[in-house]
Design a binder for this molecule. Structure first.
Ligand code: MF3
Ligand code: CO
Length: 259
């Protein structure tokens, strides 16, 4: 069943998403060569707490960190620890928060300092693919229209979309229907309706599409160990233009800040 949110629920989603995007923005500003991934996770935990929110990831199916930090060939769900970030690394940073019972989900890939041209192109294509997908998140379209827009842009640039992980509906639960693949297959595809809130999240590999999971049980890496990028927004479907909820669209001053 696909949940359609009413006005009150949409307002709550806006606030949760505003916090997620505020935190992600701050985390991106914190990333610099020399910090450890654990430093970044702790920074995220502190920023989430400032807004009186909670990490939506910590404890989810036993996930042990406050956010996901996936470096270079790591695709998603990377765990933090003693690893020190080096100049030229690219970091996929994924923040999910719960506020007043609703979840905001937001991710972005950034270089530490700067990265090589190939990696920067990967980042740019993945971000562009996200916005191509979002532009199709309009009532009357189908999920497949989002998937197709993403896949077409990525493959036109000689890169590949990950198959094993997909975007999703989001609201009171982190993973609601529908699933939003970043590729098209023959299966039936739900129609989009106003009031759906969707996490659209292309995961793009510079090399081949294949991925595997490391022995830690979480970290997804590319099989060919070439770099991967990940961008994600939580989006409200409307009859007209979609609203990107994770874009700091609620003024921070309107959010309750504790301490
Ligand atoms: N943005 C990811 C997702 O939507 C984050 C989940 S990480 C997990 O699936 F640890 F919570 F699983
Ligand atoms: Co997500």
């Amino acid at each position: 069943m696909i949940v359609i949110k009413n006005e009150r629920e949409i307002r709550a989603m806006r606030e949760a998403c505003a916090v997620a995007s505020e935190v992600l923005d701050a985390v991106c500003g914190f990333v610099t060569p020399g910090v450890t991934t654990r430093d970044i996770d702790q920074f995220a935990a502190d920023r989430i707490a400032i807004y009186g929110a909670k990490s939506a990831f910590l404890g989810y199916r036993g996930y042990p960190c406050h956010m996901c930090i996936s470096v270079n060939e790591q695709v998603v769900h990377g765990l933090s620890g003693t690893r020190r970030i080096q100049f030229g690394d690219i970091l996929s940073l994924d923040v999910g928060v719960v506020l007043n019972g609703f979840i905001g989900d937001n991710a972005r890939t950034v270089p530490a300092g700067a990265c090589d041209i190939e990696a920067q192109k990967l980042i740019d294509v993945t971000e562009k693919a996200l916005y191509e997908g979002i532009s199709k998140a309009v009532a009357g379209n189908r999920v497949r229209d989002i998937s197709s827009a993403i896949q077409t842009l990525v493959e036109a640039n000689g890169m590949s979309v990950v198959r094993e992980f997909v975007g999703h509906g989001v609201g009171r639960s982190m993973h609601e229907e529908p699933q939003i693949p970043n590729y098209v297959d023959g299966t039936s595809s739900p129609k989009l309706r106003a009031g759906m809130t969707l996490a659209i999240e292309p995961m793009v590999n510079l090399g081949r599409a294949g991925v595997e999971i490391l022995k830690d049980g979480w970290t997804v890496v590319t099989r060919d160990r070439k770099p991967s990028a990940h961008f994600e927004h939580t989006v409200l479907v409307n009859d007209g233009s979609p609203e990107i909820l994770t874009c700091r669209c609620v003024k921070p001053s309107a959010l309750k800040v504790s301490s």
